[in-house]
Design a binder for this molecule. Structure first.
Ligand code: NAD
Ligand code: WQD
Length: 337
């Protein structure tokens, strides 16, 4: 698995993964349409590693552009991050999400098959479990009913990739179900750079800390959780990125279809996050209790045992490091890239 195509590689999780691939001396090609990222992320990855990924600006829905990449390079595997991920936007623009995330992936797989590259790692999400049938969430549980088109698009792609694998034994597919990625590279040079007002908890908190946003709204304090606020399995983006390197090894062993959680196994509440962030950053985070956000579940955390057993992977970094690294990134780059 020496030459790796990384779709969406200039984005948040992609850039942290590209960094680790370069550190492992892989030959990396990034394919991204820059719809939700800046090329500056990859410039900084080069600055940190002293190595460079080849960058191609292109859209996964563009068959010719993808075909060109595969014609010119001998690609061993694809790590497929490219996709739109804003839950609220997906409710407003379902067709855009299905076209980008579902059709885009189908197009990618078609081009891959035409060029004889049948190894793919897909960025799925814990959202495919829907409202948890049991906790912690393990891969043996049935997938549920995601509450929005974004989540549905992840579940649809999982089903498509499973069928592709069932139909042709040459395919090796790893479906990685991420829990809640946060944190940044400890250099503070790359990190999460959302457009506009963040939807997710950590970037919202970091922007309150810089003074860009006035206060955090805590969405509900009447859940059946220890302090009444929502519980999630936050995972450091560097640990998450490392999971993809382990997944490449799995693919090299010709594992066929493999589905796996990437989480820590530990749930923290919104108020745990606020307290830990305040201690890590020395900044006060003013908050108000607001109504529940529609579509949210009370608790969601992983059983990470399968990843440990089959990938030899385990999350190493705790909540304190996640908060410290997120704060270093945000305070050094208050306006992002
Ligand atoms: P991101 O938006 O930072 O990165 C996605 C990248 O894909 C961006 O650089 C964007 O420009 C690119 N992209 C989007 N559509 C494209 C297209 N049609 N063609 C080419 N490039 C395209 O998001 P991220 O947080 O790094 O997420 C990466 C992947 O992981 C996504 O598929 C996302 O759905 C999935 N995921 C993210 C989370 C999370 O909380 N961040 C959780 C679970 C799953
Ligand atoms: C975490 C907790 C909120 C913001 C979402 C997607 C999922 C995945 C990751 C990505 C919840 C609370 C949040 C705020 C708050 N997708 N919260 N105030 O909802 O677990 O997962 O992102 O690509 O598919 O659904 O993450 O960070 O939005 O919320 O109180 O301003 O923080 O209610 O309990 P979530 P999140």
């Amino acid at each position: 698995m020496n030459t790796v195509l990384v779709t969406g590689g200039s984005g948040y999780i992609g850039s942290h993964t590209v960094l680790q691939l370069l550190e492992q001396n892989k030959n990396v090609i990034v394919f991204d349409n820059l719809s939700n990222s800046s090329l500056e992320s990859l410039n900084r990855v080069s600055e940190i590693t002293g190595k460079r990924a080849e960058f191609i600006e292109g859209d996964i829905r563009d068959t010719d552009a993808l075909g060109d990449v595969f014609s010119k390079n001998d690609i061993d595997a694809v790590i497929h991050f490219a996709g739109l991920k804003a839950v609220g936007e997906s409710v407003e623009k379902p067709m855009l999400y299905y076209e980008n995330n579902v059709y885009g992936t189908l197009n990618l797989c078609n081009v891959m098959a035409q060029h004889g590259c049948k190894n793919i790692i897909f960025s799925s999400s814990a959202t495919v479990y829907g409202d948890p049938a049991a906790l912690p969430l393990h891969e043996g549980l049935p997938t549920g009913q995601p509450t929005n088109p974004y989540g549905q698009s992840k579940l649809m792609v999982e089903l498509i990739l499973k069928d592709i694998c069932n139909a042709d034994n040459d395919w090796n597919v790893v479906l990685l179900r991420y829990f809640n990625p946060v944190g940044a590279h400890p250099s503070g040079r790359i990190g999460e750079d959302p457009n506009g007002i963040p939807n997710n908890l950590m970037p919202f908190i970091t922007q309150v800390a810089t003074g860009k946003l006035k206060q955090l709204s805590v969405f509900g304090d009447d859940y059946n959780t220890p302090d009444g606020t929502g519980v999630r399995d936050y995972i450091h983006v560097e640990d998450l990125a490392n999971g993809h390197l382990k997944a490449l090894d799995k693919i090299a062993s010709k594992a066929g279809l493999f589905t796996c959680n990437l989480g820590t196994g530990q749930g923290y509440s919104v108020l745990d996050m606020v307290k830990t962030f305040e201690a890590a950053s020395g900044q006060k985070i003013p908050y108000v209790i607001a109504p529940r956000r529609s579509g949210d579940v009370a608790s969601c955390y992983a059983d990470p045992a399968l990843a440990a057993k089959e990938l030899g992977w385990k999350a190493e970094k705790g909540l304190k490091e996640m908060c410290e690294d997120s704060w270093r990134w945000q305070s050094n780059n208050p306006n992002g890239y």
